[in-house]
Design a protein around this ligand. Structure first.
Ligand code: NAD
Length: 309
């Protein structure tokens, strides 16, 4: 299994580290338009690899070096500065995707390659990458709200004193300020959230829900204020997505791919079964009327931003 990472800044490096530690990949190539940075990252990661799985990690200075890659991860582009939203990156990062995707496609096997998009604003970049690559939507996958869903599970887990592994809860829609927490579909140990709280003498009041929603939506802003960027969470999310694809695990992940066709086509996150061929099935979980309206609003915002390109 050979993978390529395009863009080896904070996120690309964290992805490389997390993927290296899975032992699932035998070769990893790193490309960045800053070749010095890519070479330094490959050297550092190569040294780290001697302590763990033996992965061949090379920096390449042109796109021919990514030939033979089964999966290409796009983590290039500007990140949010304190106070910026993901949408503020729209035009700049669209140019980055326009630069990268045609060159990637000229050097990979379009019949089986999978593109993983990490660059923000995520959902719009997925739509752009799919349109430029002409790959089936099922093989152009954005990390979407995987990280937001993980943030929700972590917060709920602390609140309810139960492992996040036992919590099925999803953040859906835009990977951004219009994301939607689907409280209605949450299950823990086969119980609804309310029933779990009743049996365990816990309480989640509407004020607590509001606080949790705020913390999930603002996590990235808080991390960026504190350490300048976010990288560890997304590194782990990409590595988890890769594991799911490489092992054909058919796990349900809240990734972003395009649904619909023509004018109604939009990429956003829904729970999707993911395997070796990419997204296999998309699910539509139970939602309240308010949550459904939130999801439609997410779709409208993503669509509008895409039409600005
Ligand atoms: P960074 O500035 O640390 O690194 C970006 C890298 O991209 C740089 O090394 C730069 O040289 C490279 N680059 C820029 N244009 C390029 C091009 N045309 N071709 C090749 N390389 C190019 O930024 P970062 O913190 O690593 O963030 C990268 C992206 O990931 C941002 O858009 C950020 O918003 C996004 N991000 C997404 C998530 C998510 O959940 N999807 C989470 C965190 C960050």
């Amino acid at each position: 299994m050979k993978i390529a990472i395009i863009g080896v800044g904070s996120v690309g490096s964290a992805v490389a580290t997390a993927v290296k530690n899975t032992g699932l990949v035998h070769e990893m190539v790193l490309y960045d338009r800053d070749g010095v940075r890519a070479r330094a990252a490959a050297q550092d990661l190569g040294h780290a690899a001697t302590f763990g799985f033996d992965v061949k990690i090379t920096a390449v200075n042109n796109y021919r070096g990514i030939r033979g890659s089964d999966i290409v991860i796009i983590a290039a582009g500007a990140n949010q500065k304190p106070g910026e939203t993901r949408t503020d990156l729209l035009q700049h990062n669209a140019d980055v995707i326009r630069d990268i995707v045609p060159r990637v496609m000229a050097n990979v096997d379009a019949k089986h390659v999978i593109l993983i998009v990490v660059t923000n604003p995520l959902d719009v970049m997925v739509m752009l990458a799919q349109s430029l690559s002409k790959l089936p939507p099922s093989r152009v996958i954005g990390t979407g709200t995987m990280l937001d869903s993980a943030r929700l599970r972590t917060i709920l887990s602390r609140h309810l004193s139960v492992s996040p592994q036992s919590i099925h809860s999803y953040v859906l829609g835009e990977h951004g300020d219009a994301s939607v927490i689907d409280w209605t579909s949450i299950t823990i140990g086969g119980l609804s959230l309310d029933e779990f709280c009743r049996q365990t003498h816990n309480q989640i009041t509407s004020a607590t829900r509001n606080t949790i929603e705020y913390r999930v939506r603002n996590a990235a802003y808080e991390i960026i204020r504190g350490r300048g960027a976010t990288w560890d969470g997304i590194g782990a999310a990409v590595s988890d997505l890769l594991r799911c694809i490489i092992n054909n695990e058919h796990r349900i992940l809240t990734v972003s791919t395009i649904d619909g066709t023509g004018a109604s086509a939009v990429a956003m996150s829904l729970p999707r079964v993911v395997g070796a061929s990419g997204v296999v099935v998309t699910l539509h979980p139970k939602m309240s009327a308010t949550e459904s309206a939130g999801l439609r609003r997410s779709g409208r915002i993503i669509h509008k931003n895409y039409s600005r390109l």
